[in-house]
Design a protein around this ligand. Structure first.
Ligand code: AMP
Length: 376
């Protein structure tokens, strides 16, 4: 199977070659022909499966063949993402795959001034990537028009629901032209998302790839029973291992993320924290430090980590276990991306035993416990 045989054409093929994408991933193999043929799509898949390219490649190809320029403030395609990080990530992927095409892109997201976004939309764009709240705001201010959207994509729909954006999504759907191609991607299918798919998709092609509980297969998972007050010390001990080269540490709270990052910095480990209390610029800066290898550790909360697409993460450390078991799967999926392998280490204190039970039930695996002793 090749991208050519799926119908992907020049100059997108050239961009894929430059990225060393030799073979399509399973979701790409199934989605691309259906989308090129104009079908709607329901993709039950999580990050790490190649789902971004699965919708981005056909989108770019359809928009660039017989290019109809957008009118002022219009977007020809709209992609909704739950977080700012994911929106930026999607835009970067579109720029990568579409680098030899002449399409205009814009990103609209909250937490930063709207001025640049309004300016970017003034002449109209081919593709708009947006978080729902800010987009709704700009539409209401008449800075953005949705009447020319011919392709509509909702990414990580279950996260939209978790974060309370589903009403905004519904409002936006109601503003779109009826005649359009639509796609929805979600890792899980809670009732509200099933309902949304009924309302926004027309006889969609349904593609399911690697159910959540299976993703853990390529990841070595380990568990340390450790009381909360000793977690920082244990983390420092583990980080003496130089093979822990690019590490994401997850905490449950923003405050906790700051404290762990500060502790690591004090002990000489270059660490950056990212969470929702930081400005968009500070988050982007922290991510870049981490991506460039200038920071060895990124300490993150679940929401801030959504959409982080960084290859070669050697270890994920769950400094605190998440209270939602699905988050565990999302977290450890930050390592072992694009077919690689990875190690996930979890710290569990007595108060987190219940979370551990839920996680082990979801992944249908007992996580291997590591016996350890901390030096006095
Ligand atoms: P996603 O699921 O869209 O977040 O993509 C996961 C990762 O896989 C990203 O780092 C992509 O750059 C990478 N990727 C996507 N498609 C391919 C492919 N066909 N070959 C190699 N890497 C890919």
């Amino acid at each position: 199977m090749t991208f050519v045989s799926l119908g992907v054409a020049e100059p997108i093929l050239r961009a894929l070659q430059a990225e060393n994408y030799t073979h399509p991933t399973p979701i790409q193999a199934k989605a691309i022909p259906a989308l090129l043929a104009g079908r709607d799509l329901l993709g039950i898949a999580q990050t790490g499966t190649g789902k971004t390219a699965a919708f981005a490649l056909p989108l770019l190809q359809r928009l660039s063949t017989g290019h109809v320029p957008p009118g002022p403030k219009q977007a020809r395609a709209l992609i909704l993402a739950p977080t700012r990080e994911l929106a930026v990530q999607i835009e970067q992927s579109l720029r990568t795959y579409g680098r030899f095409l002449n399409l205009r892109l814009a990103v609209v997201l909250g937490g930063v001034s709207q001025n640049n976004q309004v300016r970017a939309m003034a002449r109209g764009v081919d593709i708009l990537v947006a978080t729902p709240g800010r987009l709704l705001d700009l539409v209401q201010q008449k800075h953005v028009r949705l009447d020319a959207v011919s392709t509509f994509i909702v990414d990580e729909a279950d996260r939209m629901l978790d974060m309370g954006f589903i009403r905004d999504v519904r409002k936006l759907v109601a503003m779109l032209p009826r005649e359009r191609q639509s796609m929805l991607f979600s890792a899980t299918m809670p009732d509200d998302i099933v309902k949304l798919t009924h309302d926004m998709l027309r006889s969609p092609e349904r593609i399911v790839v690697t159910p959540q509980s299976k993703t853990a297969d390529r990841i070595t998972q380990k568990l340390y029973f450790v009381p909360m007050p000793q977690k920082r010390q244990l983390l420092s001990e583990l980080l003496k291992d130089v093979s822990m080269n690019r590490v994401i540490v997850f905490t449950r709270t923003k405050h906790g993320a700051n404290r762990v990052a500060e502790h690591l910095s004090r002990t000489g480990v270059v660490a950056e924290a990212i969470h929702g209390n930081k400005s968009q610029n500070a988050r982007q800066r922290a991510l870049e430090m981490f991506r460039a290898g200038k920071a060895r550790v990124l300490v993150a909360t679940d929401i801030a980590a959504r959409g982080i697409d960084i290859d070669d993460i050697t270890h994920v450390v769950n400094f605190e276990l998440p209270n939602e078991p699905e988050s565990y799967v999302h977290r450890i999926g930050r390592t072992a991306r694009a077919g690689g392998e990875g190690i996930a280490i979890s710290f569990c204190d007595a108060s987190e035993r219940g979370f551990l039970r839920d996680i082990e039930r979801l992944i249908r695996t007992k996580i291997e416990v590591v016996a350890h002793e901390l030096p006095e």
